[in-house]
Design a protein around this ligand. Structure first.
Ligand code: SF4
Ligand code: SF4
Length: 310
């Protein structure tokens, strides 16, 4: 079988398991040193992206249900759908005689302890050998030709804007590469920055991951209907925290996270998202309004002015 045919077989198997976009890049064009550390014989990196259903954001958009986003758009994708598709895709390559190394995010393991994963804190550990053993998922997605990096740091695609998650296969098969995407979606509108209830994104798009972890999990009252009146009662900064105006050190963010118990935890160690990744939601709405997305819906996502609590 030639490699073009093998690539098609691989894409068919992945799409049959729920994938939406499959892109390949030859290893020479990658910037990430982890790839060849992980698989010295790698010739191709395959990026496999899965849509987050638009409807999974509806509950938080309306202020009605909060678990659907985290359970369906994060945990079920990351822990069930994506690993199964990865295994099936790798099996196609290995049946053809090539080695295939599946790579999914491990939100428990970070490059260093200066950062955290808003979705998974506090169970993270530092990688034994620093960055060289963990793929740079966003840069690798760009180098595969999946999409472009928005100001928010999220990868934007023509189909789904910022609303997809992705995994990779490293393989020694030389699959035909896809073209790189020339950035054309992010217009630096700043709506992602303004949307964050905890000011975790700076104007130039730098993310404070500890700030994000606290506000992702619901430290801001304006977006958290579950917060009791006496939240953070012993914290001298409580009003600033609740207003989303406190600048949190990692230690302070940890302390706040330990008190964010108003909403049940999720399986596999994930935090429930109370912000619902408002940065990505506002970006999606902006791209939809501009008519920039190829995946069209009959009605716009935002049905009424955005709500907020006093
Ligand atoms: S909201 Fe605007 S600035 Fe932010 S990533 Fe999207 S298009 Fe770029
Ligand atoms: S909106 Fe949520 S996910 Fe986005 S930066 Fe702010 S806290 Fe983090």
């Amino acid at each position: 079988m030639d490699t073009k045919e093998l690539k098609q077989q691989l894409a068919d198997a992945l799409i049959a398991e729920g994938a939406d976009i499959v892109r390949c890049g030859n290893v020479e064009r990658f910037h990430d040193p982890a790839i060849l550390q992980l698989m010295p014989t790698a010739k191709t990196v395959v990026c496999v992206a899965f849509r987050q259903l638009r409807g999974s954001r509806r509950g938080i958009e309306e202020g009605t249900t909060y678990y659907q986003y985290t359970t369906m758009a994060v945990i079920t994708l990351e822990e069930t759908v994506m690993p199964i598709a990865l295994l099936r895709g790798c099996a196609v390559l290995e049946k053809a005689g090539y080695e295939a190394l599946p790579q999914r995010r491990n939100q428990f393991v970070r490059h260093d302890t200066a950062n955290t994963s808003p979705e998974m804190y506090p169970e993270m550990v530092e990688a034994a050998n620093s960055h060289e053993l963990i793929m740079d998922f966003e840069q690798d997605a760009i180098d595969c030709g999946l999409g472009e990096r928005g100001l928010s740091g999220s990868i934007l695609t023509d189909e789904f804007g910022p609303c997809q998650r992705f995994v990779f296969i490293l393989t020694d098969a030389e699959l035909p590469p896809d073209p790189l995407v020339q950035p054309h979606l992010c217009d630096r509108c700043g709506k992602c920055v303004k949307a964050c209830p905890g000011h975790a994104l700076s104007a130039d798009g730098k993310l404070d991951t500890w700030q994000c972890s606290a506000y992702y999990a619901g430290a801001a009252k304006a977006i958290n209907p579950f917060m009791p009146e006496d939240a953070f009662a012993d914290d001298p900064d409580r009003l600033a925290i609740i207003a989303g105006e406190a600048h949190l050190t990692p230690e302070h963010a940890r302390e706040i996270l330990s008190q964010l118990v108003f909403y049940p935890g999720m399986r596999c160690g994930y935090h429930a998202s109370i912000c619902g990744r408002a940065c990505d939601t506002e970006c999606y709405i902006h791209l939809e309004e501009k008519g920039a997305l190829s995946r069209k819906f009959l009605t716009p996502f935002r049905k009424r002015p955005k709500w907020s609590l006093s």
